[in-house]
Design a protein around this ligand. Structure first.
Ligand code: ATP
Ligand code: MG
Length: 296
């Protein structure tokens, strides 16, 4: 339907466009959650939404192919490579929908999806990175973190769950941790799904209006909504202090779900493309095996 538009060419710079700069001022407030950066010009009667949805199917197929190559290379060649997609967002920000639409394009056998909720007593008895380390996928897998180590500088900071000096030290600890992971073959890509306060209100209202969504409604989200500005400030600190070469942060405007899914899929696809994956060569003599098969 959109054969004339080559997705890779069109999206070459999406990572550059959405990446949080490594240094300098970062102004989350200037990023419009309603916007949709990086889309090509669409001719004819199709809308950007049609285009993005069609592209998502194609990008999904690419992701599935690359994930299989990642898996195969680890299995046959002993490669240590793996990928972790970190998703963070305000409540109702669309983390679950993104997991379904983006990660859902890949083979579940090569995926590990971990949600990080309120720490259990056992988790609290350890260092905050303990549960994160345990969830790092083995070589060959794509991991998705639904919330992450960043909760310990977001909710923990907003609600003073630990003293200031403790959460202040965590930014550096996270950077060291992520650099260590990178050195062991982990490619980490971190995405904040950026919704507006008005959009959150709409999504909360939808949950109250639809009996099939009551289960998603958490009365506590209304309390957290009262801390909106504190959370935005905590996000600015986390994203600007921890967007590194080894593990960059991206902000994806997420009021429009079709844009959000396309953008996250594109960021992940372009990141995985950099790994130059391919299928491993045969570790056996193909002709010999053909002959053996013919006789078997
Ligand atoms: P949804 O957005 O669909 O409601 P969710 O990710 O909010 O899903 P919940 O189980 O409702 O899932 O919430 C998880 C809660 O756990 C969040 O309120 C989050 O802030 C909290 N949490 C996660 N990590 C930590 C942490 N390290 N310390 C304290 N609270 C945490
Ligand atoms: Mg919740």
């Amino acid at each position: 339907m959109f054969a004339s538009l080559r997705s890779r060419e069109a999206n070459m710079s999406l990572r550059d466009e959405l990446r949080v700069p490594k240094s300098g001022d970062f102004d989350l407030g200037s990023i419009d959650p309603e916007s949709s950066p990086g889309l090509p010009k669409i001719k004819g009667k199709h809308t950007h939404k049609d285009w993005a949805r069609a592209q998502l199917a194609e990008i999904g197929a690419e992701l599935a192919g690359m994930q299989e190559q990642l898996f195969a290379t680890a299995k046959v060649g002993g490669s240590q490579q793996r990928v972790v997609l970190v998703l963070q967002a305000m409540d109702c920000g669309g983390k679950d929908g993104t997991v379904k639409k983006v990660a859902g394009t890949m083979n579940p056998g090569g995926l590990s999806i971990t949600g990080f909720g309120k720490p259990t007593p056992e988790e609290l008895a350890h260092d905050f990175l303990w549960r994160i380390r345990k969830a790092v996928p083995p070589p060959g897998q794509v991991g998705v973190f639904n919330r992450s180590q960043y909760e310990d500088v977001l909710v923990a900071r907003v609600h003073n769950l630990v003293p200031r000096e403790v959460w202040e030290a965590r930014y550096d600890q996270i950077n060291v941790f992520e650099a260590e992971l990178a050195a062991t073959g982990v490619t980490m890509i971190k995405v904040m799904l950026h919704i507006s306060k008005a959009e959150q209100a709409e999504r909360l209202a939808e949950r109250l209006d639809d009996p099939t969504k009551y289960w998603k409604y958490n009365p506590g989200d209304i309390d957290e909504r009262g801390f909106w500005d504190d959370y935005q400030a905590a996000y600015v600190a986390a994203l600007s202090k921890c967007s590194t070469e080894a593990a960059p942060w991206y902000v994806v405007p997420a009021n429009r779900k079709w844009y959000r899914d396309w953008a996250v899929a594109t960021l992940l696809r372009d990141t995985m493309a950099d790994l130059d994956l391919s299928y491993p060569p045969a570790t056996f003599d193909i002709e010999v095996e053909r002959k053996r098969l013919a006789k078997a």
